[in-house]
Design a protein around this ligand. Sequence first.
Ligand code: NAP
Length: 272
Amino acid sequence: MKVYCLLGDERVFRSLSPLMHNTVMKEVGWDGLYVPFAVAPSRVGDAMKGIRALGIHGANVTIPFKELVVPYLDEISEVASTLGAVNTLVRRGEILRGENTDVGGFMEAVERTGVSLEGKSVLVVGAGGAARAVILGVRMLGARRVVVANRTLARGAEVASRFQADLIPLDRLPEEAPCAQILINTTAVSQPEEGVELASLIKGLRMPDCCLVFDLNYGRKENLWGQLAERQGIPFVDGLPMLAYQAARSFRLWTGTNVDGDRFLAILRSAA
Ligand code: NAP
């Protein structure tokens, strides 16, 4: 039996990753088990030692540890190194390697919409860890211009300079939105009670040239980004496909088995 785990804070117990991975392992006959662990941020080093000592074969890493685990790794992939963030740990013998499958998962979710980002102007709302993966993905998909809008300007400035993007404060969204051809929400806000000010800004946006609205969040009863897209006849995708496609990539790294990301997506949708 091979054991895999998810490292994060107490939110790991609401994660759908154990369901996805345990279901797929069973389906393909892989003798494995995937379990969530909530870890205090001050104990991240102990948790990484534990992964080695317990012989855990692989892991996902989520908020708030994606950056914090990096010093404890033996190797890191190029994408994870560019981002400074790891969401997948892979053990090869005594070597623990960090990967980032969020970027590939995001890119596949965009590609499967059939909308090309080549030469497009992309507006990314938010500048946290997920925004970094999105901006790298957007660049790899050939976007011409990337504009980052963030509530905290200092955080936005760090991301914008790292990825050669332009930066605007959130309250400039109404002026910037009409120029965007792709809109991506990477903030934690998708329904009104999650952020009153951003919610009221979203309601007023006009996006005449936009051909895709992508929200990284999912499972919201009332999704303001989805409503914005619907009002203006723009295709909309939520965060479930990205979650599924990054999981398929982690699964392949751990097991060498290629399972279509849409199988992971179907499991997520049946649980939603
Ligand atoms: P993070 O590092 O904590 O960043 C959060 C971002 O949301 C920051 O830009 C923050 O702005 C902004 N924000 C939070 N509350 C806000 C509010 N009330 N008004 C305006 N902006 C607000 O989190 P993350 O890791 O980037 O994740 C962001 C979201 O993406 C989360 O909801 C997460 O669940 C989701 N996600 C989905 C996937 C997927 O596979 N679908 C993958 C990764 C993340 P400030 O800088 O001003 O605080």
